[in-house]
Write a protein that binds this ligand. Structure first.
Ligand SMILES: [Zn+2]
Length: 264
């Protein structure tokens, strides 16, 4: 952080900090007639809200560098203790042009961004989470939509949030003897062992579903293409059910509905 009160000078100047941030734009909301409020996840600072004053004017130097899902370098004039910081400069580092050619990839990228926006905390640095988001958006931008990119993101996101799905030990008793075929307990947060699985009333998972959850819980993109639509829906639903149970919040993720519609 670069404290710049000397530069701004004068005894009446407030202490202003100019800070350079590398950030993904999660969402933007129109503010007044000409401005945007940006909700971003910054590598250095975590989730932040920035005021891009005048950025909706075509001649604004900020216009073109404040699009949702892009990666940008921002210079922020930060006043300590204020919720909304002011954006003074923006340089787009990655416009994600590929997302504009593939509507499903765009929708999946929006799901990743909305998951981070709604389910991660504000105002604390979380570089691991930034890396997980940036990796998923880059893959979707480069490769187009594959459901496995989204599942790997959800597995890594859970891990970063401290909500990893237990796939190598029973979350009820700690045993490493996982039952086959695998029984998932969302209440416990993972695959049960033989005795715990027998006591639960859960049915066994189809093997392809279980392996997809296991791979993505390890942060890997599950192999197994082509996936059927019911498999895709089931794996995604189980991941979100797992995440929402741990987050203790149940926001409606509107981008999930959008993704369901565009790949129908
Ligand atoms: Zn057990």
């Amino acid at each position: 952080m670069c404290w710049a009160d000397g530069i701004w000078g004068g005894p009446r100047a407030d202490p202003l900090a100019l800070q350079t941030l590398r950030a993904v734009i999660l969402r933007r909301i129109a503010f007044g007639d000409t401005s945007w409020i940006l909700h971003v996840h910054a590598q250095e600072e975590g989730r932040l809200s920035l005021l891009a004053r005048g950025a909706r004017r075509p001649q604004s130097p900020l216009a073109g560098s404040v699009d949702p899902l892009t990666l940008a370098e921002f210079v922020v004039s930060a006043k300590p203790g204020r919720d909304l910081q002011t954006l003074t400069q923006a340089v787009c580092l990655d416009p994600r042009s590929g997302l504009h050619k593939d509507l499903a990839a765009m929708a999946a990228a929006m799901v990743c961004a909305e998951t981070v926006l709604r389910l991660s905390g504000e105002g604390q640095a979380h570089p691991g989470l930034f890396a997980v988001l940036e990796s998923a958006l880059s893959s979707l931008d480069r490769d187009g939509f594959r459901p496995a990119i989204l599942w790997a993101f959800l597995g890594r996101f859970s891990d970063e949030m401290g909500w990893a799905m237990a796939v190598d030990h029973c979350p009820a008793c700690g045993s490493e003897e996982i039952r086959h075929p695998r029984v998932l307990s969302l209440a416990h947060g993972g695959f049960l062992c033989g005795p715990c699985g027998s006591r639960s009333h859960q049915g066994a998972l189809a093997d392809r579903i279980a392996r997809a959850l296991e791979d993505s819980a390890h942060g890997l993109e599950p192999a197994g293409d082509p996936w059927t639509r019911p498999e895709i829906d089931r794996i995604e639903d189980l991941w979100f059910e797992h995440i929402l149970r741990h987050s203790h919040m149940r926001p409606r993720l509107e981008s999930r509905q959008f993704l369901a519609e565009v790949r129908a």
